[in-house]
Design a protein around this ligand. Structure first.
Ligand code: CP
Length: 331
């Protein structure tokens, strides 16, 4: 098992190719980030390099107040702990400030205001917006009218691009590479937006392959499998978790209760896969999960060096610091 300090990532002195990418491509070639499909491999490398710099700044306790005077509007119309708090932490660590709204029932959308009108108002109150919303496609609608940079912090079963970026950063740190990774994704691959976003991003790297473990009802949607096919990314679909343990990364997901119309079906599927320490002990496999977990990883896994999910959540701050600075042209 690789440990953090030994990871090649930490010995990585930026190769010429990545330095060149950073010079040529900062700031990022888009104003809004709603989907990982917008990101090239060069964009992704540039964000990961900047995140590493941000992590070093935080580790040294240095002040980096490049976003002083800037305001982030943090709009969370669906529950969140990690994404919201790490965006807010990232903004504050860079010297910026936050305004926030949570829950549609506490906003004027409850009174019938459209999402578009809300975003046009908020664009005048803030310099950048991060929004989570329960409807797929809401991020694109918001970005279409926003006059300031807009970041999708999760749109229903659609996309969660910043989670995918922090997942990429975590894989790079834990495994020392993104090329050649064999990743097994387990659980709710139908509604789990993080596995969709991560597939589109990791699929851009060389010799990556996917093993998909899901019950028939929650298989990876065709929009993602057709992406694998178009990009010649090998993938295998299986139903047993044991068939996916010969991988570098085991990416567990929660069955998304809030997306089910039939609650009985949710009850039947929710604990279809439960990872225990005994299944992976002694294996060189990194266990990730976007969190929250609701039983699909037993707590006895937490003590194993394989368990990277809490480190993964911590990485969200550095990646979001990088993204905020880059989208605001302050990188
Ligand atoms: N991973 C993630 O999106 O977590 P939250 O729902 O707590 O933001």
């Amino acid at each position: 098992m690789r440990v953090l300090q030994e990871s090649p990532f930490w010995r990585w002195t930026y190769p010429y190719r990545v330095r060149r990418i950073c010079r040529e491509q900062m700031p990022l070639p888009f104003q809004h980030l709603t989907s990982t499909k917008q990101l090239s491999r060069s964009d992704t490398d540039a964000i990961l390099v900047k995140a590493k710099e941000m992590e070093a700044v935080v580790a040294k306790g240095e002040a980096n107040h490049v976003l002083q005077g800037k305001i982030l509007a943090s709009l969370f119309y669906e529950p969140s702990t990690r994404t919201r708090l790490s965006f807010e932490s990232a903004m504050q660590r860079l010297g910026g400030q936050i305004i926030t709204a949570e829950g549609i029932q506490f906003s004027s959308m409850y009174k019938g205001e459209t999402l578009e009108d809300t975003i046009m108002m908020v664009s005048q109150y803030a310099d950048i917006i991060a929004m989570r919303h329960p409807e797929q496609g809401s991020a694109d609608r918001a970005a279409a009218v926003s006059t300031v940079p807009f970041i999708n912090a999760g749109d229903g079963p659609g996309q969660h691009p910043t989670q995918a970026l922090l997942d990429m950063y975590t894989i790079l740190k834990e495994r020392g590479t993104l090329d050649g990774i064999h990743i097994t994704m387990v659980g709710d691959l139908k509604f789990g937006r993080t596995v969709h976003s991560l597939s589109y991003l990791l699929g851009l790297y060389k010799d990556v392959r996917f093993t998909l473990v899901a019950p028939q009802e929650l298989r990876m949607p065709e929009k993602v499998t057709s992406f694998y096919q178009e990009h010649a990314v090998p993938y295998t679909e299986v139903e047993s978790i044991e068939e996916g343990l010969d991988a570098d990364v085991l990416y567990m997901t929660r069955v998304q209760q809030e997306r089910f119309e039939d609650k009985a079906e949710y009850e039947r599927l929710k604990l279809k896969y439960v990872l225990t320490a005994a299944q992976i002990k002694g294996r060189d496999i990194t266990v990730m999960h976007p969190l929250p977990r609701v039983g699909e990883i037993a707590t006895d896994v937490d003590a194993l060096p394989n368990a990277a999910y809490f480190r993964e959540a911590g990485n969200g701050v550095f990646v979001r610091m990088a993204l905020l600075a880059m989208l605001l042209g302050k990188a």
